[in-house]
Write a protein that binds this ligand. Structure first.
Ligand code: PBG
Length: 334
């Protein structure tokens, strides 16, 4: 757009005029970041009064449900509208059939109920994929070395209904199986959960940036091979647009791009081509890079954190899932 506008040349135009003071910069600033833009991904672990540091994510801890409830209350009071729950699953609960995934009383569902009870206004998002419960660490069933699609979708539907029954507001299918959005949407309709939203992990890439997360949920040990037959090729952009169209047509309410910063072009295309709510996931590896460099004194961690989040807004995102959420919300609150 701006390239077609005729602008005078120097010295009539001196773009630095509008940068000369903080107040002036604020007046012409094109984007703002608020706590409303943040979704906080959290890790829940079994037990009581339990708090374990995640080594590869400095500042991030797995919390038992009682502590997580308190953390959710604090986050909501800081203005963060939503939390996204990821369970650390005890290896003894990982099986071939992944039945723990739809156990109404699994750790994730316990956490949903407890947070809903204590902080009912807060939006609770979930993760739908079999990897925390799968003995081989994959998001889907493995049959003869292949990650099978349709049987996995049946299991994901059961998992989705258990989460909705527990009180989840937003379901996040992160598995990348084909047909799962339609199947989950259909089941939600017939089970009386018409108002449960789906934020689909639509453009989820087979990325090296998920490493620390797999440590946090205890999945790295189990995973054999890679996820390239279901997660996207980092080289592709048109394919992501086809997946956005597909997920919307199957009943997704919002879509996600993941990882975040290396894929801002995908965020921008999705927003401008579809005009639906678009979220980015600033994933564990992105968080770890910023923290590691900051801890070494190589970058100003706070500055880079705030700048990275503003970049998501500029790219057109409606919000960002970020492990920085409470830190950012505190800064925004002054
Ligand atoms: C699993 C899942 C992953 C993440 C969210 N859900 C990891 C993966 O696909 O291997 C990654 C989040 C992060 O790295 O912060 N379905």
């Amino acid at each position: 757009m701006s390239s077609s506008i005729i602008t005078p040349g120097f010295p009539l135009a001196r773009p630095r005029r509008l940068r000369k003071s903080d107040a002036l910069r604020r007046m012409v600033s094109e984007n703002t970041l608020t706590a409303d833009d943040l979704i906080w991904p959290v890790f829940v672990t079994a037990g009581k009064n339990q708090r374990d540091a995640v080594a590869s994510m400095p500042g991030v801890e797995r919390l038992s449900v009682d502590l997580l409830v308190k953390a959710a209350r604090e986050a909501f009071d800081l203005g963060i509208p939503a939390i996204c729950i990821f369970p650390y699953t005890d290896p003894s609960l990982k099986t071939e059939d992944c039945a723990e995934a739809w156990n109404p009383d699994n750790l994730s569902n316990q956490a949903i109920r407890a947070i809903k009870d204590a902080v009912p206004e807060m939006m609770i998002m979930t993760d739908i994929a079999l990897d925390p419960y799968n003995i081989n660490g994959h998001d889907g069933y493995v049959v003869d070395g292949e990650i099978v699609n349709d049987q996995t979708v049946e299991a994901l539907v059961k998992m989705a209904i258990a989460q909705a029954d527990a009180g989840a507001d937003i379901l996040g299918p992160s598995d990348m199986m084909d047909g799962r959005i339609g199947a989950i949407r259909g089941a939600l309709e017939s089970e009386g959960h018409q108002n449960v939203a789906i934020l689909s992990y639509t453009a989820k890439y087979a990325s090296g940036f998920y490493g620390p997360f797999r440590d946090a949920v205890g999945a790295s040990g189990a995973l054999k091979g890679d996820k390239k037959t279901y997660q996207m090729d980092p080289a592709n952009s048109d394919e992501a647009m086809r997946l956005v169209a597909r997920d919307l047509s199957e009943g997704a309410d919002m879509i996600m791009v993941k990882p975040g910063m290396p894929y801002l072009d995908i965020c921008h295309r999705a927003k401008s081509e579809f005009g639906v709510p678009v979220f980015a996931y600033q994933v564990s590896g992105e968080y770890a890079m910023v923290k590691a460099a900051a801890l070494n004194g190589w970058i100003d961690g706070e500055k880079v954190m705030m700048e990275s989040l503003m970049a998501f807004k500029r790219a057109g995102c409606d919000g960002v899932l970020t492990y920085f959420a409470p830190e950012v919300a505190k800064i925004l609150q002054g």
